[in-house]
Write a protein of this length. Structure first.
Ligand code: ACM
Length: 477
């Protein structure tokens, strides 16, 4: 029998003939489980033993206890006000220390309760990083005391002319707190030097005029939203037309104010400075800019993260982590740029766009999502890739982790988030947590589609409006 544990544990032994544990009516997991922290094992690891007499969890740390409880909740079957769990022994530890979900709150704004709901969903799949994409051409989403005009003038817009919004410092603190309670670290991103049209609504002196290329015109023709105009909110889908003025010292004062305040608000170690699709910045200017910003962030005592394009710059701070968003078969030299981070002694986060960009349509004709990253992206494609085989020269030790990304051009509500993220987020979580592809009988597509299918009732109980993909075997649900 394959039990519905997702992501797949490192080791799992079941005895179908053994009696399950059956809880007394009305009792909760916390009432019946014996919990023990035994330091010394790998971070976040746990052991779980269930038999007819009881449930024991030992874990290396508090995070390990939390993940053991997530596993138990996946294994619970309810009978009236009682529940049971099959006899099982699990010894589990994550493959990668960085297991992320990125939520784009710039193209559309999501209130604090929605972000908390996203954290709950991600944490239940043993993800431990929430990357918030807090700024883009369409809007700026975080209120900063040092630069109040950003919240005042650059946060009201969104794609399609939808309502905007902005997190206050108290909102951000609440998101960070809610995440930390679930062993999740918030990774804030302020994207630059491109993706900065909205900065110009507050500080026109810091941005160049939009560069309206053929690609920008095509995007406007296809998706609407008009052409970007200096000083006007941009509500379309195009990318690559904006740039900070990288030759002006005032720009670096701005960057220092923004990341200085964000560093003070962010207990986690990472600050992400974007660096993707800076098509309106010359290559030389881009290299100078990203090197300087990475050093500034390192000087603040934080670890910089940048999208892989920044790997082209020769003098990044050598602690800078790269985030690869090319395809599972790299194109256009993206692997070369990604490898540069590793050559510099750092590591990569893997977000292959044709596998774990959750905003790609899961199937042709789907009402939500886009197709540019070789979409539609099936659940199977989201599952069947192996992190250590993605980029030549980037093996296990060069990989910090895996991150799924949800860009939100077409996404407006928690319902939309659920429909695009589930079940594919579970596939990304398995790439991030579980042993390498083929390393156990559980790490196969056939096993995954059965295990995930059995989570349907749990997800439904939690109000997750997942897509009932025909690729998944929901028959036990
Ligand atoms: C990206 O998809 N531009 C990171």
């Amino acid at each position: 029998m394959t039990l519905a544990v997702v992501p797949a544990p490192a080791e799992m032994r079941t005895d179908a003939a053994a009696a399950p544990f059956t809880a007394a009516p009305g009792s909760t997991i916390e009432d019946v489980v014996s919990f023990r922290v035994v330091p010394g094992g790998p971070p976040e690891s746990y052991r779980l033993r269930v038999d007819g007499t009881g449930i024991e969890i030992t874990a290396a740390d508090e995070a390990g206890l939390f993940y053991a409880v997530q596993t138990l909740e996946q294994l619970q079957t309810f009978h009236g006000d009682s529940w049971s769990i099959p006899a099982v022994e699990i010894a589990d530890a994550p493959r990668f220390g960085y297991r992320g979900l990125m939520l784009d709150v710039a193209r559309h704004f999501f209130d604090v309760d929605t972000v908390k709901a996203v954290i709950d969903r991600a944490a239940s799949l043993k993800l431990n990083r929430l990357h918030l994409h807090l700024s883009d051409d369409q809007a700026w989403r975080i209120a900063l005391a040092a630069r109040p005009l950003l919240a005042e003038r650059a946060s009201a817009s969104a794609v399609g002319g939808d309502p905007g919004g902005c997190y206050t410092k108290a909102d951000y603190a609440e998101i960070v707190r809610h995440a930390a309670e679930r062993h999740m670290t918030v990774v804030p991103e302020i994207d630059m030097p491109g993706h900065t049209h909205a900065v110009g609504l507050a500080h026109p002196e810091l941005v160049e005029d939009p560069v309206v290329s053929d690609a920008v015109q095509d995007a406007a023709a296809r998706f609407g939203g008009g052409l970007p105009t200096a000083g006007e909110p941009y509500t379309g889908f195009a990318v690559g037309f904006s740039s900070l003025r990288v030759g002006d010292e005032a720009t670096y004062d701005f960057v220092a104010d923004v990341f200085g305040e964000l560093a003070a608000m962010t207990p986690g170690p990472y600050l992400h400075f974007g660096g993707d699709e800076s098509l309106a910045t010359s290559d030389d200017d881009f290299a100078v800019f990203v090197a300087r910003v990475s050093q500034l962030i390192a000087d603040l005592g934080k670890t910089p993260i940048a999208w892989h394009e920044a790997g082209a710059a020769p003098r990044l701070d050598d602690t800078t982590i790269g985030q690869y968003w090319g395809f599972t078969t790299p194109t256009a030299g993206m692997d070369e740029k990604a490898r540069a981070f590793v050559a510099g002694g750092s590591q990569l986060i893997l977000s292959p766009a044709d596998a774990v960009y959750l905003d790609m349509k899961p199937e042709a004709g789907f009402p939500l999502g886009l197709e540019w990253a070789d979409g539609p992206t099936s659940v199977r494609r989201a599952y069947e890739w192996e992190p250590a085989d993605l980029i030549d020269g980037v093996g296990e030790n060069a990989i910090l982790g895996v991150e799924a990304a949800l860009w939100t051009e077409t996404v407006r509500t928690l319902h939309d988030i659920d429909t695009l993220a589930f079940p594919r987020l579970a596939a990304a979580a398995e790439a991030a947590w579980s042993p390498a592809t083929g390393a156990s009988a559980l790490r196969t597509w056939e096993s995954f589609r059965t295990r995930v299918g059995r989570l349907g009732p749990l997800w439904a109980r939690r109000g997750i409006r997942f897509h009932r993909s025909s690729e998944i075997d929901w028959s036990a649900a």
